[in-house]
Design a protein around this ligand. Structure first.
Ligand code: F6R
Length: 242
């Protein structure tokens, strides 16, 4: 495990973008796993700048997003489809046909999950999976549980997550109760993983994830078992680490 302590959020974002760029340069046609949320926004901004300065092209890159809410139309301002389009994809030269996000409006969610796994397999797996972490230790929408959920699946969101995400929806009631997420097995299968954490609110989850026991009650703790894990924390998120 490689833990990088960034001074602040800006440095974290630059380091994360540099790691994505390295992956793309060392493997033309790289396959990236991508998160939404507040944490990766700075990384996306950095990557967009690199593209605009002519330092990076996303033409041959394939992406798989981690998750999507269920029952939120693509064009809704809170869908992860919209998040990715507005914050990243529409600013770079990526082929939209190579971007993959679970379809939260599918009338056959189970089949959508199986198909998502087939698409990942067809792309020969994910080279670099970028993750954020929830205050409760979730990764993707893999919530604390008594077992590890395997592949892409439908999940009921925890009250903790619903409350944390209410800031985007205006109220707790408007946050969807279900989502589709890549599972722990899908994530652990990725050839390398980079997890990002910024701010005081993440310090406890990061400490438990990296220094605590490996348990599905703290989903991110399973990452300790991955053979190519990079962790980037800013000063606040890393403040409780030994
Ligand atoms: C988002 C996702 C979530 C977030 C996590 C942290 O696609 O999978 O696990 O990474 O909830 O969110 P932020 O970055 O908003 O604190």
């Amino acid at each position: 495990m490689n833990i990088i302590f960034a001074r602040d959020y800006d440095e974290l974002s630059r380091l994360a973008a540099a790691k994505v760029a390295d992956t793309m340069r060392s493997k033309p046609g790289a396959v990236l796993g991508l998160p939404t949320g507040s944490t990766p926004l700075g990384m996306y901004r950095e990557l967009i700048s690199m593209y605009k300065e002519g330092k990076l092209s996303f033409k041959d890159v394939t992406t798989f997003n981690l998750d999507e809410y269920e029952g939120i139309p693509k064009e809704d301002e809170n869908s992860y489809y919209r998040f990715m389009r507005d914050n990243f994809f529409s600013h770079i030269d990526i082929d939209k046909g190579r971007t993959n996000i679970p379809d939260g409006m599918s009338c056959d969610v189970e089949e959508e999950c199986r198909d998502y796994e087939r698409r990942i397999e067809k792309a020969s797996g994910i080279d670099l999976m970028v993750l954020g972490i929830g205050n409760n230790g979730h990764i993707g929408f893999n919530e604390p549980a008594s077992y590890y959920a395997g592949i892409t699946h439908r999940v009921k969101l925890h009250q903790n997550t619903i409350e944390a995400n209410a800031r985007f929806f205006g109220s707790v009631e408007k946050v969807p109760k279900y989502a589709v997420t890549m599972g722990i097995k899908s994530i652990m299968h990725c050839r390398s993983i980079m997890i990002l954490a910024s701010g005081k609110a993440k310090a406890g989850a990061i400490k438990k994830a990296l220094e605590g026991s490996i348990t599905p009650e703290l989903p991110a703790s399973v990452l300790q078992l991955h053979r190519d894990l990079t962790v980037i924390v800013d000063e606040e998120a890393g403040s409780l680490l030994k």
